[in-house]
Design a protein around this ligand. Structure first.
Ligand code: PEP
Ligand code: MG
Length: 889
C-alpha cells in the first residue's frame, strides 16, 4: 500500500525527492538529536496523487494523516482541539528545491474558541493566546478561504485608532478578543461560511491549500525562472508549534552559518524578541543582528552557535537555519542549504576545501556556473567620490542604475520596453517577484537581510538594499523622500548593493575583476576539465580580455565585424558596388591592409594560442544602407532636383541594394556562397591573414592560424574554397619566402553538412559546429524572427522545454552534432571538433559537448570563466556516469 506520511523519526534514509528539502532535513535533524519540535511529513508523491485525483484527499491519505496525528499527540502529550492540553501545529509547504516564500504556510492551527481559553490558562498569558488566535484566523482566511488580508488589516487599524494605540504591543487580551469577534464577522461576510472551529477540518483544508499553492501564480513564475520542473510537487510538513511570542524570554530568528553575501565565515542573521517566525521573514519589523543575542540570552546564544557548527559540519555546507526560543528554550525549526551570491558561493567552496570538509572536485560542483554572471557585473568606480542620498542594509551585492518605480507590474512593463528600473517598495512579498526579476535592483525601506526581497534578489544575483528606513515612501503619490529631497517615479538613481548606499542620478561604473578565490577555483577547474575553452572575439581588446579570463585561444573571429567599422564602410561599399572586376580588385586592395592590421592585432594579443578566423559570412546587402531609407532620400532628391551628382550616386546605390535584396537572406547569398561567387573577397582575406603572419613571425611572435569556411553544405564548396586559401598561401610563400603552418576547416551549421560530415572531413582539418545557424536550419526557425514572435509563447506553453537558441536542443540539433562528430572522426580519427554558437557558454550544452567528445567550446570572453567551471563539472559528471555504467556491467 502507498505510504503517504512519515513521522520525523521514521523517515530515516528517505530521499529529499520524497520528503521535500524541509521534510528531509527535519528528519535528519531529529535523527542527530537536535531540539526539533516533533511532527510528520506528507510526501511529494501524495501531492501528485492529490492532483491526479482532481484535487482530492483520498480516504487512505486521510487515514494515514489521522494516524500520524495520533502519534504526534501521544508523543507531545497534547491533543488537537483539547482545551485542557491543546496541540497547535504549523502546516508548511516543502518542495524538493527551496522556493522561499512562494508557497503557503499556516501557523497556530488547532485554535478555536475553546482551545484559546485553554491556552490562555495554561500559559497564564491570555494576551498571547488571543493574539495567536487572531493571527491564525487571519492566516487561515488568507491561505484557505482566500479572503484578502486587507479587510483584517483595516479592521485592526480601526480598533487601534479607536483605542488610541500606535502599535500592536499596546493591545490587551480584551482588545484582541474584540478583534477576533470582528475577524469572524469578516470571514462570514466574505466566504459565506462560518470560520471552521473543528481543528481536523482546519487541518485537512490547510493540507489541500498547501498542495494547491504548488500551482499558484508566484510559484509557477519562480519555477520557470529557476528551471524547476512542475511535476515534482510539494511535501507538507505538520509540526507542533513552539512560540517565540510568549514574552521577552522568547523570540525567533533566522541565521546563516556563513555570510551569504560575501561568504565570510561568521554567523550571520537576525532575530526578533517576542515575535513569531513569519515576522522576521515578512520584513514587517526590522530585526536585531544575531550577535546581540549573546548579550540578551548568553546560554541560548552559545547553544545556537554550537548547533550551527554541528549542522554545517554535518551537511558540509553553509546552512540557513530558522530557530525559535520559547521561554528560554531553543528549538531548531528548519535547516537548509543557504542561498548565496556567486561571490559567497566561491569563497565558501574554496574555504571548505581549506578546512578539509570537502574535496576540490566537490568545491567545483558547488558553484553554479549560471551564477557567475553576477561576478562579471560592473561595480561603482573606486575613484567616484560617493555622495550618498541614503544608506540601508547591503542585502545583495552589485551596482545598478535605473528609473525609480514603485510597483512590480510597472517595473515589468517598463523593462519590456528596455527601460532600466529600480524597484522601490516598503517591503516586498512573493507577489512582487516578477518586478524583482524585471528590475535592475530592488530597495525596501523595511525588513532585514533575510527578508523576502533580500533572499530572492541574492538568489538571482541582483543588487538589493533592504531596511533603508530613511526612505519615506509614499506609494499613492509615487515618490519617496529622504529629508528634504524628493525622488519621483521616473527619476534616475544608482545603488551599491555591497554597501547599501543609494545615490541620485547615474554614477560611473567599472568593469569586473576575478577575486583570488575565484582564480583559485578556476585553476582547480582547469585541472579537472578535458574540454578546451576558447573565446569568440573579433578585435585585440576582446582577445586580450579572453586571455585574461583564461581562454585557450579564439574559436571564432567573425571577420564581418571588421567590415562594419564606420571608417571602412565606404571602401566596403565601393567593393560591393564595383561594376567591373578591376574596380572590385581596387577596392579590395584598399581593404587588405586594414584586415591585415586587424589580424596582426589579434594574433599578437593571443600570444601563440590558436586563432580561428572565419571568412566573410553575412550577405553583402548588410553593408549597404536600408532600402526604404534610401528610397525616401532618392525621392526627395528627385523632387527638389537640387543635386544631380548626389542623386545619381544614390540611384546607383539603390539599384545595387535592390539587386542584392533577398526574400530570405538567412538562407540566401551568404557564407561560403559569397566566396564561391566573389572569390576575390575570400582571396583578399586569406592574403591579409598570411601577410599578418609574416609580420608577426618577423617580430618573433608565434602564430597558430586556423582558417574557417562558413556555411558549407556540400563538400565541393569546401574543396573549392580550401584550394583558394591554399593558393593564396602558396603565392605569399613564394613572395616572402616564408613557410606557413596553418589549418583549414569548416563550420558545420546546416543539417546537410552534419549528415555528410564524412565527405566533408576529407577536405577539413577541423570542424566547428555553428549551432546558432544549425538550430535555425534544423528547426526551420528564423533566428531574427522566432524569439520576438512565437518562441516565448512556445516556452511558456511548454511546447518547447526551453529556448533552443540559448540551450542546445540535444534531441534534434544535438543528434546532428553527434552524427557530424562520428562521421568526421570515422574518416579522420583525430579530427579536431569544437562549438562556437552561443551554446558554447551555456552549462547544459557544455555538458553535452563533453559527452559527445568535442575538443573545445568557444563563447564570448565574459563567459569564459563560466565555461571553464562548467567544463570541469561536465568532466566530473561524465566520469561519474562512466563509473556507474561500469558498476552496472
Ligand atoms: C553559428 O551559426 O553558430 C555561428 C557561430 O555563426 P554566426 O552566429 O556568426 O552565424
Ligand atoms: Mg553561423
Amino acid at each position: 500500500m502507498d505510504k503517504f506520511v512519515y513521522m520525523f523519526d521514521e523517515a530515516i534514509n528517505k530521499t529529499k525527492e520524497l520528503l521535500g528539502g524541509k521534510g528531509a532535513n527535519l528528519a535528519e535533524m531529529t535523527r542527530i538529536g537536535l531540539p526539533v519540535p516533533y511532527g510528520f511529513t506528507i510526501t511529494t508523491e501524495t501531492c501528485n496523487k492529490y492532483y491526479d485525483a482532481g484535487k482530492s484527499i483520498s480516504p487512505e491519505m486521510e487515514r494515514q494523516v489521522l494516524d500520524a496525528l495520533n502519534t504526534l499527540e501521544e508523543k507531545t502529550g497534547k491533543k488537537l482541539g483539547d482545551p485542557s492540553k491543546p496541540l497547535l501545529v504549523s502546516v508548511r509547504s516543502g518542495a524538493v528545491h527551496s522556493m522561499p516564500g512562494m508557497m503557503d504556510t499556516i501557523l497556530n492551527l488547532g485554535m478555536n474558541d475553546d482551545t484559546v481559553e485553554g491556552l490562555a490558562k495554561l500559559t497564564d498569558n491570555p494576551r498571547f493566546a488571543y493574539d495567536s488566535y487572531r493571527r491564525f484566523i487571519q492566516m487561515f482566511s488568507d491561505v484557505v478561504l482566500k479572503i484578502d488580508g486587507f479587510y483584517f488589516e483595516q479592521f485592526l487599524e480601526e480598533i487601534r485608532e479607536e483605542k488610541g494605540y500606535t502599535s500592536d504591543p499596546e493591545m490587551t487580551a480584551e482588545d484582541w478578543k474584540e478583534v477576533i469577534k470582528g475577524y469572524k464577522e469578516i470571514v462570514t461576510k466574505h466566504s459565506k461560511r462560518a470560520f471552521p472551529e473543528d481543528p481536523k477540518e482546519q487541518l485537512f483544508l490547510s493540507i489541500s491549500a498547501v498542495f494547491d499553492s504548488w500551482n499558484n501564480q508566484r510559484a509557477l513564475v519562480y519555477r520557470r525562472i529557476q528551471n524547476i520542473p512542475d511535476h515534482l510537487g510539494t511535501a507538507v510538513n505538520i509540526q507542533s508549534m513552539v512560540f517565540g511570542n510568549m514574552g521577552n524570554d522568547s523570540g525567533t530568528g533566522v541565521a546563516f552559518t556563513r555570510n551569504p553575501s560575501t561568504g565570510e565565515a561568521e554567523l550571520y542573521g537576525e532575530y526578533l524578541i517576542n515575535a513569531q517566525g513569519e515576522d522576521v521573514v515578512a520584513g514587517i519589523r526590522t530585526p536585531q543582528p544575531i550577535a546581540t543575542l549573546q548579550d540578551e540570552m548568553p546560554e541560548v546564544y552559545q547553544q545556537f552557535v554550537d548547533t550551527c557548527q554541528l549542522l554545517e559540519n554535518h551537511y558540509q555546507d553553509m546552512q540557513d537555519i530558522e530557530f525559535t526560543v520559547e521561554r528560554g528554550k531553543l528549538f531548531i525549526l528548519q535547516t537548509r542549504t543557504g542561498k548565496r551570491t556567486a561571490q559567497a558561493a566561491i569563497r565558501i567552496a574554496v574555504e571548505l576545501v581549506k578546512e578539509q570538509l570537502i574535496s576540490k572536485k566537490e568545491a567545483i560542483l558547488r558553484v553554479d556556473p549560471d551564477q557567475l554572471n553576477q561576478l562579471l557585473h560592473r561595480r561603482i568606480d573606486d575613484l567616484y567620490e560617493r555622495k550618498q542620498l541614503a544608506k540601508g542594509l547591503p542585502a545583495s551585492p552589485g551596482a545598478a542604475t535605473g528609473q525609480v518605480v514603485f510597483d512590480a507590474d510597472e517595473a515589468e512593463k517598463l523593462a519590456k520596453d528596455e527601460i532600466k528600473v529600480i524597484l522601490v517598495r516598503p517591503e516586498t512579498t512573493p507577489d512582487d517577484i516578477h518586478g524583482i526579476v524585471a528590475a535592475q535592483a530592488t530597495i525596501t525601506s523595511r525588513g532585514g537581510m533575510t527578508s523576502h526581497a533580500a533572499v530572492v534578489a541574492r538568489g538571482m544575483g541582483k543588487a538589493c538594499i533592504c531596511g533603508c528606513e530613511a526612505l519615506k515612501i509614499d506609494l499613492k503619490s509615487k515618490q519617496f523622500k529622504v529629508g528634504d529631497t524628493i525622488v519621483n517615479q521616473g527619476d534616475v538613481i544608482s545603488i551599491d548593493g555591497s554597501t547599501g548606499e543609494i545615490f541620485l542620478g547615474e554614477i560611473p561604473m567599472i568593469e569586473p575583476q576575478l577575486s583570488d578565490e575565484f582564480q583559485l577555483l578556476l585553476t582547480w577547474a582547469d585541472e579537472e576539465r578535458k574540454l578546451g575553452v576558447r573565446a569568440n572575439a573579433d578585435n585585440p581588446e576582446d582577445a586580450k580580455k579572453a586571455l585574461d579570463f583564461g581562454a585557450g585561444g579564439i574559436g571564432l573571429c567573425r571577420t564581418e565585424h571588421m567590415f562594419m567599422d564606420a571608417k571602412r564602410i565606404p571602401t566596403v561599399q565601393e567593393m560591393i558596388l564595383a561594376e567591373t572586376y578591376q574596380e572590385r580588385e581596387d577596392a579590395l586592395a584598399k581593404l587588405l591592409p586594414m584586415q591585415q592590421e586587424d589580424f596582426e592585432g589579434i594574433f599578437e594579443a593571443m600570444q601563440g594560442n590558436p586563432v580561428t578566423i572565419r571568412l566573410l559570412d553575412p550577405p553583402l546587402h548588410e553593408f549597404l544602407p536600408d532600402k526604404e531609407e534610401l528610397l525616401v532620400e532618392v525621392t526627395k532628391l528627385q523632387i527638389t532636383n537640387s543635386n544631380a551628382k548626389e542623386l545619381q550616386e544614390k540611384e546607383q546605390l539603390l539599384r545595387k541594394v535592390r539587386q542584392l535584396d533577398e526574400m530570405n537572406p538567412m538562407l540566401g547569398h551568404r557564407g561560403c556562397r559569397l566566396g564561391m561567387t566573389f572569390p576575390e573577397i575570400y582571396v583578399m582575406q586569406a592574403k591579409a591573414i598570411f601577410y599578418a603572419i609574416t609580420k608577426l613571425v618577423e617580430k618573433g611572435i608565434a602564430v597558430k592560424p586556423e582558417i574557417m569556411i562558413p556555411l558549407v553544405g556540400h563538400v565541393n564548396e569546401l574543396k573549392e574554397m580550401r584550394q583558394l586559401v591554399i593558393n593564396a598561401a602558396l603565392n605569399i610563400e613564394e613572395e616572402t619566402g616564408q613557410k606557413f603552418d596553418y589549418l583549414i576547416g569548416t563550420m558545420i551549421e546546416v543539417p546537410r553538412a552534419a549528415l555528410t560530415a564524412d565527405q566533408i572531413a576529407e577536405e577539413a582539418d577541423f570542424f566547428s559546429f555553428g549551432t546558432n545557424d544549425l538550430t535555425q536550419t534544423t528547426f526551420g526557425y528564423s533566428r531574427d524572427d522566432a524569439e520576438g514572435k512565437f518562441l516565448q509563447a512556445y516556452i511558456e506553453n511548454k511546447v518547447l522545454p526551453e529556448n533552443p537558441f540559448a540551450s542546445l536542443d540535444q534531441d534534434g540539433v544535438g543528434k546532428l552534432v553527434e552524427t557530424g562528430v562520428k562521421l568526421g572522426r570515422g574518416i579522420k580519427p583525430g579530427l579536431k571538433t569544437g562549438i562556437c554558437g552561443e551554446h558554447g557558454g551555456e552549462k547544459k550544452s557544455i555538458q553535452f559537448c563533453q559527452d559527445v567528445g568535442l575538443d573545445y567550446v568557444s563563447c564570448s570572453p565574459y563567459r569564459v570563466p563560466l565555461a571553464r567551471l562548467a567544463a570541469a563539472q561536465a568532466n566530473i559528471k561524465h566520469e561519474q556516469k562512466q563509473r556507474e555504467l561500469q558498476i552496472q556491467i
